[in-house]
Write a protein that binds this ligand. Sequence first.
Ligand code: ATP
Ligand code: LTN
Length: 329
Amino acid sequence: MDRKIILSGIQPSGNLCLGNYIGALKNWESLQDEYDSIFLVVDMHALTSTQSPSNLRNRCLSFVAQYVACGIDPEKSIIAIQSHIHEHAELMWVLNSICYIGELNRMTQFKDKSKNQKNKNVGLFTYPVLMASDILLYQADLVPVGADQKQHLELSRNLAVRFNNKYSETFKVPEPFIPKVGSRIMSLQDPLKKMSKSDENLNNIISLLDTDNDIRKKISRAVTDSGSEIKYLKEKPGLSNLIDIYASLTKESIKSIENNYQGKMYSVLKKDLIEIIINNLSPIRSEYNKIIKDKTYLNDLLKKGSDNASYRARKTLSKVYRKVGFVKK
Ligand code: ATP
Ligand code: LTN
């Protein structure tokens, strides 16, 4: 039987951070043996916020190298850059025509991200339709993402069902795969907001390429409450976030972490957490430093990835064009 398909993507804005690693990349790595996997660097999505062209270009390659350094194996999974496969934009146009403005108006990420923008760009508004097209193009069964993407995924499901009902069975209806622990890692300085790779305050985030010293400093300074009991509680968002990171990286349960640190000071937990993060990230960093230098290797894997992805994308898009009534070339 054919293996089920998973697909996910990260936009190359800012530096990949611990939130992206725990919420997405770490799960991609463990799912790739079981699933037919496609992992994208979604550069077209990144255009919805301001990007310098040369930074965007460099960051795309750097993200590909970081995917591989995190254990995404190009022999097992397709790794590709979204803009290399023109079918994403083409399917989006078709999906735009069955998506309602009211649906996009309800998207909380659009409300958050456009809040402080004077001139809101249309791309930011229709971004979830492009995401639906990424997913539906490859007939994905499962989409491993952090909790913040749940609403976008619901829209992808609705668009798939709507298209299938209007024309005939065409798209698989994808399911989200959201980790039980670590689906929403919070900012280190403001634990009420999500850790985000494009955050301008670098003290809020641990970047995958931070040095050991950066990690030590940032975790030592991470905001906690003034209490002393190590308990995972809503009233202790800073401490609970550190426990979440600890639990996700060690696979230890939150209960057992609480038991092990009973009666100990926050600083003891922080010190151990620093070692855990360093043990996870330093091998990734050294692997990255090797891979990023080998441009031939990166270009070859991208060529193979986009050839494979384009083949699949073409198959779905030609079916869609036929169903909606476009004349065959
Ligand atoms: P940006 O700040 O550029 O909007 P981001 O850090 O929110 O970026 P995305 O590109 O939106 O990252 O997300 C990439 C993947 O990482 C998605 O699957 C998303 O759900 C996941 N993710 C992002 N932030 C977190 C977080 N704080 N905790 C867990 N998962 C996260
Ligand atoms: N919107 C996602 C990034 C994204 C994505 C996708 C995730 C774009 N296309 C397809 C999963 C599947 C975000 O994390 N901001």
